[in-house]
Design a protein around this ligand. Structure first.
Ligand SMILES: NC(=O)c1ccc[n+]([C@@H]2O[C@H](COP(=O)([O-])OP(=O)(O)OC[C@H]3O[C@@H](n4cnc5c(N)ncnc54)[C@H](O)[C@@H]3O)[C@@H](O)[C@H]2O)c1
Ligand SMILES: O=c1ccn([C@@H]2O[C@H](COP(=O)(O)OP(=O)(O)O[C@H]3O[C@H](CO)[C@@H](O)[C@H](O)[C@H]3O)[C@@H](O)[C@H]2O)c(=O)[nH]1
Length: 456
């Protein structure tokens, strides 16, 4: 079976690598218009950092896994075409700041219709608004040369940093298709691919719209848990309760469950905010104002939590951080990834720079260019960026700093030499733990003044 995936990003690359590894009867070609990205996939330095990914790619690349910029040829050769292009929040026109920008997806559909020389199964891998499959079918069939295109929805649930284990043993694979004989046949073809390693009972099949909506709802529910626990973290700080104790005890109720209740400086990542705003836009479109407001509050609490963290830093440091050096530990939106999209660190660093702090960032995986680009995109002016430094050595970031702020939960931060760090810092030495990973008792013993999320 020939599989093509359009879009060699965080999802397309790892997902197709896993299909190539497990469904060895498939030849998988991942294509992209970004030459640099494809070159990187074909090199020793993959464009995506994921534990375990390199091994899978090394095992399959050149055998049944290929990366190419020849989009047309890959489309022509394929029986199944996954579309895994970016679907960012629209920044212009109607729905700006909320709706999903579907222009890349539509371009793919038009290209497929134009160059295909046979019937194809088209799989929506990107996260999309409900009923996108309908538009996709119209674009495909209005431009086809008489060939049939069966459209399926197969949203991806992998989380970054754990992509390989998530793909290897997914909680579920979801496939939505039309309730017609040809639609169901297409669903069965895709089921066969996943069933090469995923037990059949974990492969759920639904109609197209349920599948598309489930993806948005899953992310909304996950993000809602974080905003819920973050909102309570503020109440904990006010009352003397401890958010980790509260979340642990509440999560012991099997109806609530223990996962995704970790208070933090705020959730980030390319998906949660984008997908909730997409859901909000859909609700507004269908006239469901109250439902839209309900879900939008999840994003509002998240922004409030990031701002609350910065306000607390400023208040604690005698109401001014102007000219003070602040060491920021971690810029990625979570550990074990080099991805910074919507990372809480962006808003926090932008605010610190606006307050005229000297910000020194250390992240084990994110490049200086990535960090500067993010801050420029966030609107930080050049004059303020002059006060930003990005260093490879965490101890250099911390030397002579007035405060440290943990913004990503990288494991290595736990084992730093805090005695040495304390000696090199200005006094009082402040530690603001936006991830609750530091050993507060030990740091206090050393002499730090420690502030954590939702802690007395
Ligand atoms: N990142 C995640 O963890 C994750 C998880 C689940 C779902 N998703 C969803 O998957 C989709 C892709 O996300 P991503 O993080 O992989 O995005 P990405 O930006 O990393 O990758 C998308 C790729 O598509 C390419 N592309 C765009 N238009 C193209 C075209 N016309 N022809 C060929 N290539 C084209 C881009 O060059 C880019 O390399 C999004 O809808 C996202 O919401 C992402
Ligand atoms: O208890 C928690 C759990 C997560 N986070 C933060 O939430 C964000 C998102 O984390 P996570 O969900 O682990 O990573 P993503 O890669 O964004 O994955 C989410 O978004 C993907 C894209 O749609 C989905 O496929 C995944 O199922 C969904 O978990 C990160 O900033 C985390 O630090 C918390 O603050 N507290």
């Amino acid at each position: 079976m020939n599989i093509c995936c359009i879009g060699a990003g965080y999802v397309g690359g790892p997902t197709m690598a896993m299909i190539a590894k497990k469904a060895t009867f498939c030849k998988v070609t991942v294509v992209d218009i970004n030459q640099a990205r494809i070159d990187a996939w074909n090199s020793a330095e993959l464009p995506v950092y994921e534990p375990g990914l390199e091994e899978v790619v090394r095992e399959c690349r050149g055998k049944n896994l290929f990366f190419s910029t020849d989009v047309d040829q890959a489309i022509r050769d394929a029986d199944i075409i996954f579309v895994s292009v970016n679907t960012p929040t629209k920044t212009y026109g109607v729905g700006a700041g909320r709706a999903a920008d579907l222009r890349y997806l539509e371009l793919c559909a038009r290209r497929i219709a134009e160059v295909a020389q046979g019937d194809k199964i088209i799989v929506e891998k990107s996260t999309l608004p409900v009923r996108t499959a309908e538009s996709l079918k119209r674009v495909l069939h209005s431009n086809s040369n008489g060939y049939r295109f069966e459209v399926l929805s197969n949203p991806e649930f992998l989380a970054e940093g754990t992509a390989i284990s998530d793909l290897e043993a997914p909680d579920r694979v979801l496939i939505g298709g039309d309730d017609t004989p040809s639609g169901q046949a297409a669903v069965e073809t895709l089921v066969k691919v996943y069933n090469a390693w995923v037990p059949r009972e974990r492969i759920l099949t639904t109609n197209l719209w349920s599948s598309e909506l489930t993806k948005l709802v899953s992310n909304a529910l996950l993000a809602q848990r974080i905003s819920s626990v973050n909102s309570i973290s503020a109440l904990c700080e006010a009352t003397g309760a401890d958010i980790d104790e509260v979340a642990f005890a509440a999560g012991k109720d099997t109806r609530i469950g223990p996962k995704f209740l970790k208070a933090s400086v705020g959730f980030g990542g390319s998906c949660f905010q984008k997908d909730i705003l997409n859901l909000v836009y859909l609700c507004e479109y269908y006239g469901l104002k109250e439902v839209a407001e309900y879900w939008e509050s999840v994003v509002k609490i998240n922004d409030w939590q990031k701002d609350r963290f910065v306000r607390s830093m400023i208040r604690t440091m005698f109401n001014t951080i102007s000219g003070k050096k602040i060491a920021v530990l971690g810029f990625a939106f979570k550990k074990d990834t080099n991805d910074t999209r919507e990372s809480a660190a962006i808003r926090v660093c932008a605010s610190l720079l606006a307050e005229q702090a000297e910000v020194a960032v250390y992240d084990p995986q994110v490049t200086e260019k990535g960090i500067r680009d993010d801050l420029v995109y966030a609107g930080v002016p050049e004059s303020q960026l002059a006060r930003l430094s990005v260093v490879d050595d965490p101890y250099a970031a911390l030397d002579q700093a007035h405060a440290l702020a943990v913004l990503t939960e990288w494991d290595e931060f736990k084992s730093f030499d805090y005695d040495r760090i304390f000696t090199g810092m200005k006094k009082p030495a402040f530690a603001f733990d936006g991830r609750n990973i530091l050993d507060r008792a030990k740091l206090r013993e050393i002499g730090f003044e420690v502030h954590a999320i939702g802690k007395p």
